[in-house]
Design a protein around this ligand. Structure first.
Ligand code: IPD
Ligand code: CA
Ligand code: CA
Length: 321
């Protein structure tokens, strides 16, 4: 049975989704117009965020909010905040590609404790709560049980619009081409994590992500029995920039594969520092992060001040099981 918290998150997501479905229909029509649907999509995104903000604030008035479009709103309850992406998969939405989602995470005392990722077009509600498990609608989810990298299908995100980290990213892709059964790039990090939780993907990695892209998905993967860390193998942090999620048997092997490819890549990537938790109205898009991997050997500690998910169970470094 979903808790009252999950019910609140689900209701907010479903309400915002009604507008997105309507707007997506309109975007499909606008594809052929000369001006294109860009402004319309920006407005759809903002409308969805307004609905989510209103619904979440009405149900839990004291909680803080970190939302992609409107930034941070501090709440009276300084222990809890919602972390929200009203539309994850904007490029898909803009181009009429039917793959996007609403993502809502709940953070408590710096750890992610609940997550909802709702994919409106397939009516797939992925939800999870710490200690309760992970579900797709009413069905319990479990990560895949594949053990061999050579049989694994991995998802990733491709840097775009000149974001740094292209060469390091290409090195990781090259190693995945050589070692896995296939790579997918569907264009929504929140759904990528949900698909790992559902066993559809065996793993997912991406650089340069923002807190709202991963906040909910981290809980989904963990509650489905998977491991989620940054690329360097440290416990997943919503402000950490990079993410590596995989089933419990493959996480170590995927990490090792990525690590090896990054060491071989000669791109000089200095990680950017993060503002303290709650200190910025717009949490950073942190990229690139291959430098994290280089510094892993130096024993870099978890960055608690930037929203590290302290409750996370990281796999033993390098373990492939
Ligand atoms: C994006 C998606 C995409 C990922 C990008 C994100 P948005 O979020 O999650 O899959 O590759 O890095 O920025 O912009 O559609 O909310
Ligand atoms: Ca996003
Ligand atoms: Ca978004």
């Amino acid at each position: 049975m979903p808790s009252a918290t999950i019910n609140v998150m689900e209701a907010a997501a479903r309400k915002a989704a009604r507008g997105l479905i309507r707007d997506f229909g309109e975007v499909e029509n606008l594809q052929v117009s000369r001006k294109g649907p860009a402004d319309y999509v920006t407005e759809a995104d903002r409308r969805a965020e307004r609905i989510l903000r209103a619904e979440l604030a009405k149900a839990r008035p004291g909680f803080g909010l970190l939302m992609e479009e409107s930034g941070e709103t501090e709440g009276e309850d300084t222990r809890r905040r919602w972390i929200v992406d009203p539309l994850d998969g904007t490029t898909n939405f803009l181009h009429g590609i039917p793959h996007f989602a609403i993502s809502i995470g709940l953070e408590e005392d710096g750890a992610m404790v609940a997550g909802v990722v709702y994919e409106p077009l397939r009516d797939e509600l992925f939800w999870a709560e710490k200690g309760v498990g992970c579900y797709l609608n009413r069905r319990r989810l479990r990560v895949s049980s594949r053990q061999r990298l050579s049989e694994a299908v991995l998802a990733t995100g491709i840097p775009f619009k000149g974001r740094a980290g292209k060469h390091a990213f290409l090195a990781t892709v090259e190693s995945a081409i050589d070692n896995t059964a296939g790579i997918r790039r569907l264009g929504s990090a929140a759904l990528d994590l949900a698909y790992v939780a559902a066993g559809r993907y065996d793993g997912f990695w991406e650089f340069g992500l923002s807190p709202w892209d991963v906040a909910a998905g981290i809980v989904l993967v963990r509650e489905a029995g998977g491991f989620v860390t940054d690329i360097a193998g440290r416990p997943a942090a919503i402000g950490g920039g990079s993410i590596l999620a995989a089933n419990d048997r493959l996480h170590g092997a995927v990490r090792q594969m990525l690590d090896n490819s990054l060491k071989a890549s000669d791109e000089d990537l200095a990680p950017k520092s993060l503002p303290p938790h709650g200190g910025s109205s717009r949490a950073p898009v942190r990229s690139p992060v291959a430098g994290d991997v280089c510094r892993r050997q130096e024993g870099a500690a978890d960055n608690d001040a930037s929203g590290t998910d302290r409750g996370s169970a990281a796999p033993p470094t390098g373990s492939g099981r």
